[in-house]
Design a protein around this ligand. Structure first.
Ligand code: HEC
Length: 407
């Protein structure tokens, strides 16, 4: 291209981008100026333009934004939520359906104390209590199921965005600070937090974490395209890049042999990490469009993945490299997400249907059974099996944590 040709096309593209910015200004309405001033400080308004929610869900999001520092008077929330829902409505979603089957379950649900907490990960403790990360409340919550009492532990660093959640054998609670680039530990008895900063500024969003059998903590760093290892005895952190650029390392599990596996939400791949050398081996899934978001592992080291993009549950055997896939009952747009293994079956939630479902898959019979979440789910990003084979779930968009008892 000649120099003047380049200038011309640059001018043309500037015009086009100016036009698209114009097209993307806020729609008219009594709340326009308020939204313009309250919502453009931390992120662009395109966050709003590319969203679509019901009025109730917009109101929850406004609470989330207030929790992280947006200035919006409480009495303005209903009007702003109505304005946003009117202009950025929820896209039509398929109805979540219950499928009959042989297994009986019961739900217990708790509304968390802070509205707009965005409970991200649940944790079933050995003592029968339940923890959750209040991602937009900058807190860990602790639920005592028999009394229903909930205690909040607010983090030291503001806007840490607590996300992944696990416990060590000593009962300390560990979490990823997804907005603040560190891994945190709560000594529950002392009520004291310790922060382990990522050794690289690039590793800004530690995501999912899991302990191996030797007590080493493994984690993914999604946008930074990394995985890492933290030795709790020394505090030493090692990071390595995922081989595929933009692969978004996401869910993670440990095999019976102590090998960490993770899924690449930005690619159609699973991967294993050599625990000694940190060398990564990738496994490509059969469909180019697969985007495995979370994984679970059975005692025989079979990996089960939720293919969020295609609406499938997948089974992968790392020993043979063979994958088999099962269309989720909610269909190709059902967005399977949080997943766990309990009482000999695979359990996961469909985030793309309303209400969200809890789905059970019997691997022996190849049969599905499902239930709808009483509180709606609001996207169940993670679930975990309790020591007695039940499930805990965080219902992020509806400020709820659930215990599912499987009979
Ligand atoms: C003080 C900083 C701050 C202000 C001000 C702010 N936000 Fe946010 N917003 C955030 C953070 C932090 C996130 C989460 C980012 C992430 O997940 O990476 C977010 C995410 C969002 C999302 C995506 C949430 C989702 O679940 O998909 C929407 C929509 C949004 N903001 C809308 C708004 C609106 C509307 C306002 C004005 C009332 C606003 N924001 C003002 C910090 C802010």
């Amino acid at each position: 291209m000649s120099k003047s040709g380049f200038r011309l096309s640059l001018a043309a593209s500037l015009l086009i981008s100016a036009a698209s910015v114009q097209a993307q200004s806020l729609p008219e309405g009594a709340q326009k100026d308020l939204v313009q001033s309250a919502c453009a400080g931390c992120h662009g308004l395109e966050r709003i333009f590319r969203s679509g929610h019901s009025e109730r869900d917009w109101e929850t999001i406004l609470h989330m934004m207030k929790n992280v520092g947006a200035t919006l008077p409480d009495d303005a929330l209903p009007g702003v939520a109505a304005y946003l829902a009117g202009n950025f409505p929820e896209e039509p979603r398929a109805e979540g359906k219950a499928i009959a089957g042989p297994v009986q379950i019961s739900f217990k649900e708790w509304t968390v104390p802070t509205r707009g907490s965005h409970p991200h990960d649940p944790l079933a403790s050995l003592d029968g209590t339940i923890w959750y990360t209040g991602q937009m409340d900058n807190a860990l919550g602790h639920i005592e199921p028999t009394s229903g009492r909930i205690t909040l532990y607010h983090l030291d660093t503001p806007n840490s965005g607590p996300h992944g959640l696990v416990a060590d054998r000593g009962g300390n609670i560990w979490f990823t600070a997804n907005f603040a680039g560190y891994i945190g530990k709560l000594d529950v008895g002392a009520g004291k937090f310790t922060e382990y900063k990522m050794p690289s500024a690039q590793a800004r969003d530690p995501h999912t974490l899991v302990f191996d059998q030797a007590g080493i903590l493994w984690f993914t760093v999604q946008s930074a395209n990394m995985v890492g290892r933290l030795n709790p005895k020394t505090g030493e952190i090692k990071l390595v890049a995922s081989p595929t650029p933009g692969s978004s390392p996401y869910g993670m599990v440990i095999s019976s042999k102590g090998v960490p596996y993770f899924c690449e939400f930005g690619a159609n791949k699973l991967a294993s990490i050599d625990p000694l050398t940190l060398a990564i081996h990738e496994y490509t899934l059969p469909h180019a469009d697969s985007r495995p978001r979370r994984i679970a592992i059975t005692g025989d080291d079979i990996i089960w993945y939720t293919d969020y993009a295609r609406g499938f549950l997948g089974r992968f055997d790392p020993a043979s490299g063979k994958a088999s896939e099962f269309l989720s009952p909610g269909g190709s747009r059902s967005q399977p997400y949080g997943i766990a293994v309990a009482k000999g079956a695979i359990w996961y939630s469909e985030a793309g249907v309303r209400p969200n479902t809890l789905v059970r898959f019997d691997p022996g019979k190849g049969e599905f059974q499902s239930w709808t979440m009483p509180a709606g789910g609001g996207v169940i990003r993670n679930m975990m099996t309790t020591h007695d084979g039940n499930l805990v779930l965080a219902e992020s968009g509806v400020d709820t944590v659930a215990l599912v008892e499987i009979k």
